[in-house]
Design a protein around this ligand. Structure first.
Ligand SMILES: NC(=O)c1ccc[n+]([C@@H]2O[C@H](COP(=O)([O-])OP(=O)(O)OC[C@H]3O[C@@H](n4cnc5c(N)ncnc54)[C@H](OP(=O)(O)O)[C@@H]3O)[C@@H](O)[C@H]2O)c1
Length: 230
């Protein structure tokens, strides 16, 4: 435990390269998040069910100036060298993808951004939330942290656009802190929003944001926490 903590402190203090794999990284959220992560020098590996598709998306993203490096691979290969694995697939593919990752996540942090939606409407899945579903499947193999549910891909893909706040939840405090550090590096405020049991609220909030976007003809509604200085 102590060794891991020391490694983490050294990692950020020395500014060493952070490697983040994005499973389903060829989609709207994955591509936009990749662009934001590349700017401060993160190494990004875009994962896809089809490695050719991943490589083609990487070529399209390389046109933006950035400090980080980017590669495209199959989902399984993408996660091998990563310290962090972002799950960015539609809920329909969530459980299956997490099952495929199982056995390959030891020593890594899984960041779950998935929102259970049915035709744009949120629902609570049998496990209680997407995050709890991932946690149940991985069975303590790796900590699962919920993040990025309420942040708009439209804002993420524009390097200078202000970002909404990111509510981070999960049962592993150390993993949450590490994820919050990444969120700050991409220019957003991160808040520890409690345990994994809170995930269904944060995931469900995205359904409210989707409604707000429709109602007010926007594409990037987000959340802002007030009353807490950072
Ligand atoms: N878009 C946003 O602004 C946003 C914001 C916050 C959270 N989210 C959440 O993040 C997740 C991804 O959103 P998105 O808009 O990026 O989705 P998306 O573009 O529809 O899909 C992302 C990628 O997931 C892969 N995929 C699609 N169906 C799959 C399946 N059945 N099994 C495995 N992989 C599958 C595809 O990649 P390959 O074909 O290359 O494998 C696809 O490019 C969703 O759960 C969404 O609710 C999205």
């Amino acid at each position: 435990m102590r060794v891991g903590k020391q490694k983490e402190e050294k990692h950020y203090a020395m500014g060493e390269e952070t490697t983040i794999a994005i499973v389903g990284g060829t989609g709207n959220l994955g591509k936009a998040l990749a662009l934001r992560l590349l700017a401060p020098g993160v190494r990004v590996i875009i994962g896809s069910r089809d490695p050719e598709k991943a490589r083609s998306v990487v070529e399209s993203l390389k046109t933006s100036p950035s400090q980080g490096t980017i590669e495209g691979k199959s989902n399984r290969d993408a996660i091998q060298e990563a310290e962090f694995i972002v799950i960015a697939v539609p809920y329909e593919g969530h459980a299956q993808i997490v099952r495929e990752l199982k056995g390959h996540t030891t020593g890594k942090v899984v960041i779950d951004a998935v929102v259970p939606l049915n035709k744009g409407k949120p629902f609570v899945p049998p496990a209680g939330s997407a995050l709890l579903e991932a946690q149940e499947i991985l069975a303590h193999e790796a900590p699962v942290v919920g993040a990025f549910h309420n942040i708009s891909a439209v804002d993420l893909q524009k390097p200078d656009a202000p970002l909404g706040d990111v509510l981070v939840c999960g049962d592993d405090d150390g993993a949450k802190q590490r994820v919050m550090e990444i969120i700050r590096r991409i220019g957003a405020r991160a808040f520890d929003a409690g345990p994994a049991a809170n995930a269904y609220i944060i995931e469900g909030l995205t359904g409210v944001l989707i409604h707000l976007n429709r109602k007010y003809k926007s594409k990037h509604a987000g959340v802002k926490i007030t009353g807490i200085g950072q």
